[in-house]
Design a protein. Structure first.
Lengths: 295, 118
């Protein structure tokens, strides 16, 4: 059972093996959200944790493929001994990093032999230039480039920082008492409340309906729908459909929506799926929209 | 409208479903005069309070169905499904969407999940 760690009503997956399993075995792709602590603005290449859409979570729990873990609760107050052992390990790690980073500990940056030589050269040039100016007069003023202050030598040493991602390595992490195998149990524990209304039930129902047909689903915002529907792994296939969820057979649908979805889909070689949820029968039906090609 | 040559075949349904009269009249004229479909006929769909138009595209043999509606109407998923059922579940229907300025656009709607053709 794959642990989905819940914090603030969002489910995260931290283990790379679990992420691979979700994608390859269960057609659940999620979205990576992890950035580096000191580069939190970079959002091009994200990593763990993976955050799941709530519909994905509900499906995984209902199919008994995953459990929900109340992550904040799994961090138990550590004992003095545990903290001391942790602190010792951290110190050892820091020491080993220092010993693997030569140049940093030994010489202060910018004072290598090469740097000293360069500085001397610069000073000599400056002196010569000053002489030239005084003899040739003010119209031969120095260009700013020559007067610029000597720039600091860029350090070429690369650092490797090990940032442990998972809390499971902590001695004081124990999720044994806060694992929930059903949505109801997690709801009762106050950590999860999706789906809580008709619209959310409709989304879960439609997600399941498409997933059970072997599709992969991703967020649909790029094409103005609720989901993008892929016939295989999104890394290998283009989406065939964008899908919107209609909460009930009677919920309103304007012709303008038909035009907007249909036309955008046609331009992007997709069809649009209207997914109608019937909450009494717990059934989904589909209608596919495409531009007619005339008129 | 009464003087228009298209009025006669439509007279019955225009009176019976006055709210859909404008879009029905416009779609019928477009199908007959612009798209030049053949064997055009009127199919009454009481459940969606209007008439559909059946016919064949030029040089083809499949009977197709056009369901007219106005851009300002509000439809629903169930409404579209009813239209399919009343037409005995054809593989596709064409929704003709009309607007006040006489423009018209057709969208093909299929039941179920139908892959886009490449």
């Amino acid at each position: 059972m794959i642990p989905l760690r819940v914090a603030n009503r969002k489910a995260f997956v931290w283990d790379v093996g679990d992420i691979a399993m979700l994608r390859s075995q269960h057609r659940i792709c999620g979205v990576f959200t992890g950035t580096l602590p000191h580069l939190s603005q970079q959002n091009l290449f994200l990593g763990v944790p993976m955050v799941l859409m709530p519909e994905e979570v509900v499906l995984l729990i209902e199919n008994e493929l995953a459990v929900l873990v109340d992550d904040p609760k799994a961090h138990i107050q550590p004992s003095i001994g545990e903290l001391q052992r942790w602190s010792l390990k951290e110190k050892e790690l820091a020491q080993s990093q220092i010993s693997h980073a030569p140049g940093v500990a030994k010489e202060p940056p910018g004072m290598s032999e090469e740097a000293i030589k360069k500085r001397k050269d610069r000073e000599m040039k400056k002196a010569m230039a000053a002489e030239a100016t005084s003899s040739a007069g003010p119209e031969n003023a120095l260009s700013p480039a020559e007067t610029a202050a000597p720039s600091a030598q860029p350090s070429e040493t690369q650092y490797t920082l090990v940032i442990p991602a998972a809390s499971t390595s902590f001695e004081w992490y124990d999720d044994g008492m806060c694992r929930y195998t059903t949505i109801q149990a997690a709801r009762a524990a106050g950590i999860w409340d999706y789906p809580s209304n008709l619209h959310e039930r409709a989304k879960c129902g439609v997600f399941r309906g498409l997933w059970e047909q072997g599709m992969y689903l991703g967020g649909g915002i790029k094409f103005g729908g609720d989901y993008l529907v892929y016939p295989g792994d999104p890394l290998r296939y283009h989406a065939h459909f964008s899908a919107t969820v209609l909460d009930s057979p009677t919920s309103s649908l304007t012709p303008m929506e038909v035009v907007a979805h249909g036309r955008l889909g046609t331009v992007t070689k997709k069809s649009h799926l209207l997914c109608g949820w019937n909450d009494e029968k717990k059934e989904v039906s589909y209608l596919t929209i495409e531009w007619a090609g005339f008129g | 409208m009464e003087a228009h040559p298209s009025y006669e075949p439509l007279a019955d349904v225009l009176h019976k479903y006055p709210r859909a009269a404008g879009s029905t009249f416009q779609a019928y004229n477009d199908i007959v005069l612009v798209q030049r479909w053949t064997q055009v006929a009127i199919v009454e769909l009481e459940g969606v309070s209007r008439a559909a138009i059946s016919g064949k595209k030029p040089q083809t043999d499949a009977t197709l169905y056009v369901v007219p509606c106005s851009l300002s109407e509000t439809l629903s998923f169930g409404w579209l499904q009813t239209a399919f059922t009343l037409l005995s579940d054809p593989p596709e229907i064409f929704l003709a969407i009309t607007s006040d300025d006489a423009s018209i656009v057709y969208y093909k709607i299929c039941r179920g999940i139908v892959k886009p053709h490449v």
